[in-house]
Design a protein around this ligand. Structure first.
Ligand SMILES: O=c1ccn([C@@H]2O[C@H](COP(=O)(O)O)[C@@H](O)[C@H]2O)c(=O)[nH]1
Length: 224
């Protein structure tokens, strides 16, 4: 089975992203390109990275009215990413229209609650309840709206999967034991995330900021 690690290449620097992907390509299952990369390099940059022949996860986390999100996704159709993200909080119609606009082979996954947020953040933006309740509510919405899966933390993935056994579960906010957490708040180890039911893991800085990114990807892979 190919690696379940998708490396988040969070840089605006095309040459750096390309060099990193080239180094780690045999020890990851795909690469994730996010806002930082896309704002600097656009569709041409994504195409160039796709030449490395690794699945591309385009993490642009769309969140707007249904018409705008659908048109934005249509504009990306020629890129045929393996995975793309929208925010579940955009609501049912937006999720339905996002899925309808995406290429057939692209998994549309809905971000439930960012892994950089915790209970107090949730309260400060006006939501009642805790992260678990919030993730479950949005997982149920995503499932019934017909997208392919959700993004959640490793702390909620087991419950989300129990609710949606056929869903696709993306887990970021993973850190090797004793790894630096940075701005992430709901963190588990890669092994814990896989044991809890993650379909794929998103790993950024533990790989990209390592002295030897390829070795870091291998080391994480060896724990799975
Ligand atoms: O809830 C979410 C959704 C997406 N992300 C993205 O994953 C990576 C994580 O990077 P690390 O360096 O491993 O922290 C990053 O690209 C985020 O945009 C997330 O962290 N949490």
């Amino acid at each position: 089975m190919s690696s379940r690690i998708f490396a988040a290449l969070d840089t605006p620097d095309m040459a750096k992203a390309h060099a990193l992907a080239t180094k780690i390509r045999h020890h990851v299952g795909g690469i994730k390109l996010g806002l930082e990369f896309f704002m600097a390099n656009g569709r041409a940059g994504v195409r160039e990275m796709a030449e490395l022949d690794l699945p591309i996860f385009l993490d642009l986390k769309f969140h707007d009215i249904p018409n705008t999100v659908a048109k934005a996704i249509m504009a990306l159709r020629p890129l045929e990413p393996a995975i793309l993200t929208v925010h579940a909080a955009g609501g049912r119609a937006m999720l339905e229209d996002a899925k309808a606009a995406a290429p057939t082979g692209t998994k549309v996954v809905a971000v439930t609650m960012l892994t950089s947020l915790d209970d107090s953040d949730l309260r400060s933006i006006g939501y009642a309840g805790d992260p678990h309740e919030q993730v479950m509510r949005l997982t149920e919405l995503a499932m019934s709206a017909g997208v392919d899966g959700v993004v959640c933390s490793g702390a909620e993935v087991a419950a989300a999967k129990a609710l949606w056994p056929k869903g696709f579960f993306v887990v970021p906010g993973v850190r090797p034991a004793n790894g630096s957490v940075g701005d992430q708040k709901r963190v588990v180890t890669p092994r814990e995330a896989i044991d809890a039911g993650a379909s794929i893991l998103v790993v950024g800085r533990p790989i990209t900021q390592a002295e030897d990114p390829d070795q870091a990807a291998r080391d994480i892979g060896a724990t799975l």
